[in-house]
Design a protein around this ligand. Structure first.
Ligand code: SAM
Length: 279
């Protein structure tokens, strides 16, 4: 009988808690200019991208995160034509963005070219959209791109790593002000804002900062089994359109595995201890 490889990887969320996977094969393991990058194969979740020892995406559960980042703001905006994704070099958010026929242009600004290169090679089902004619891929710092953009985008999505290394600036009030300036007058933005079990202060800080800039600020949740605690949050900031007031006829048909019009609304119903972080 073939012996399974006994190579285990643990992402530590605290000194005393982590999530562990058995790894079958290591495709890549290297220090890029910006971070430690691993691309590994597992039986349970398929191919996984790890950055600085943290799970970024996996073949099996990636659809939850990518659909929820993209479709909540895109269905909230009545006519999204111009979209920016900051980070997101695996291409999953872009793949979802391209399902919206109104989108004419989607720009991806990812700081680490190696994430794009290896995602195209090892995660083709996720990264496929990066070669679409509507997509412009820029290898650069999303913070700098935002600082230079004025009145350009209908929707901005921040699909960043946790606030360590190159992503530290992406969790600052200055960045959210820049996003507001880069958005058109009825623009919307969304950012992944980590989990309420181990990073409640981060969620509270992001909510506070975004509220000072965007008249409509809300938090929504999704279940991502490979992220710490499994309960993930997203902060949405909108200048005009309320994600909880989308006219039913605006939900056009798209193919999804997690997102539905019912879930669009339900995702904003927060457990009490999570809701308390938004006050
Ligand atoms: N979904 C993941 C999560 O929440 O765990 C994150 C996906 S991962 C593809 C995020 C990407 O953000 C990484 O590839 C990283 O290189 C990129 N990134 C980090 N800081 C950045 C910055 N300042 N500008 C652009 N991209 C950045």
């Amino acid at each position: 009988m073939e012996q399974k490889l006994k190579l285990w990887f643990t992402e530590h969320q605290t000194e005393d808690y982590g999530i562990t996977f058995r790894v079958n094969h290591v495709y890549e393991s290297e220090q890029t200019e910006f971070q430690r990058l691993e691309m590994v194969e597992t039986d349970e979740f398929g191919t996984m991208l790890l950055l600085d020892g943290m799970v970024m995406t996996t073949d099996r559960d990636e659809f939850v995160y990518h659909e929820m980042v993209a479709h909540v703001p895109l269905f909230t905006h009545p006519n999204p034509k111009s979209v920016l994704v900051v980070g997101g070099g695996d291409g999953g958010v872009i793949r979802e963005v391209l399902k919206h026929p109104s989108v004419e242009k989607a720009v991806l600004v990812e700081i680490d070219g190696k994430v794009i290169e290896y995602s195209k090679k090892y995660l083709p089902n996720i990264a496929g959209g990066l070669d679409d004619a509507r997509v412009e891929v820029i290898v650069g710092d999303g913070f700098m791109h935002i600082a230079e953009a004025v009145n350009e985008y209908d929707v901005i999505m921040v699909d960043s790593t946790e606030p360590v290394g190159p992503a530290v600036n992406l969790f600052t009030k200055g960045f959210y002000s820049g996003i507001s300036k880069a958005l058109k007058e009825d623009g919307i933005f969304v950012a992944q804002s980590d989990n309420p079990w181990f990073t409640p202060d981060l969620i509270r800080d992001v909510q506070r900062d975004v509220k000072e800039i965007f008249p409509i600020t809300k938090l929504y949740i999704a279940n991502v089994p490979t992220y710490p605690s499994g309960l993930w949050t997203f902060t949405i900031g909108s200048k005009k359109h309320d994600p909880l007031a989308v006219a039913p006829e605006r939900f056009h048909e798209i193919e999804t595995k997690y997102y539905t019009p019912e879930l669009h609304t339900a995702a904003f119903a927060l457990p009490k201890f999570v809701k308390d972080l938004t006050i």
